[in-house]
Design a protein around this ligand. Structure first.
Ligand SMILES: [Zn+2]
Length: 266
């Protein structure tokens, strides 16, 4: 048997709660009413499931039994919040913290191997923007294209725009804008124009990314950061990364605990 407070203790990791339930009830618990699960846990002699852990279990279920967190931003948001033990109000949006996104993404990857839809990637990028970040650290970096957008400048007409070109030609020079409205195809006779373009990124985040990568290898007491905008961003990223590491550590410790309790599939 596990610790009696395994399901009541707020520090129990979402993934471990799920694995513990798999062991106690078999995978069918994923289809049970939440109340039945809580009752089953209590009947086995454990302290009652805390509200925070109920959120984690609910999010775990969503991540195992559906693909919604990968396709629907609102479901993604509530799942990430739930996995981190945030009490979710289902009637309104509760934007995710970056640290929660990082740790939550680690957990989602353990639940299913799915590709994220653009809607979710844009959501993650908007969380980064709200946190005033110029760089999304691992495991969120795959959403950078929505935070720091690829751009182009046309060297013929001077048009600068977001690079969403499918044919690599300046929208303006091939007449894709008609009275300010973007139309699908180049205008007749202009198809061959607009190739003299220079592509670039909205801004340069490589220094930030590289410095953060270097700093995160160091132990905390070796890091001394000032108050320049770059250093403030690095400090924020390090703080998020620290939370992610803490969550991983917690999970590994508790998985050992589950194993020692004689449970399988860990
Ligand atoms: Zn042009």
């Amino acid at each position: 048997m596990l610790r009696k407070d395994f399901f009541s203790n707020e520090t129990t990791h979402a993934y471990c709660l799920g694995i513990a339930c798999d062991n106690l009830f078999g995978i069918n618990w994923l289809e049970w009413e939440p109340k039945t699960v809580y009752q089953g846990i209590a009947e086995l002699g454990y302290q009652p499931v805390s509200e925070t852990n109920a959120q984690k279990l609910h999010a775990y279920r969503t991540g195992v039994a559906t693909v919604l967190p990968w396709t629907d931003w609102l479901s993604f948001e509530s799942t990430i919040n739930g996995l981190n033990g945030v009490i979710v109000n289902f009637t309104k949006s509760t934007p995710c913290k970056i640290s929660h996104l990082m740790a939550g993404m680690d957990i989602l990857r353990l639940l299913q191997q799915q590709k994220f839809g653009d809607e979710v990637k844009k959501y993650i990028a908007s969380c980064g923007k709200n946190a005033e970040l110029n760089f999304l650290p691992d495991p969120l970096t795959f959403c950078m294209q929505y935070l720091c957008r690829p751009m182009y400048k046309c060297n013929d007409c001077g048009n600068t725009d977001v690079d969403d070109l499918s044919d690599g030609r300046c929208d303006f020079c091939v007449g894709r804008y008609e009275q300010g409205v973007l139309i699908d195809a180049p205008q007749k006779g202009l198809e061959n124009r607009g190739t003299n373009i220079t592509k670039f990124m909205e801004y340069d985040y490589f220094e930030l990314a590289n410095k953060f990568d270097a700093y995160k290898q160091l132990s905390e007491d070796k890091i001394l950061l000032g108050i320049s905008p770059l250093e403030i961003q690095i400090a924020k990223l390090l703080q998020y990364n620290y939370y992610r590491k803490e969550m991983r550590f917690q999970m590994n410790e508790q998985l050992q605990e589950i194993k020692h309790a004689g449970f399988k599939n860990v």
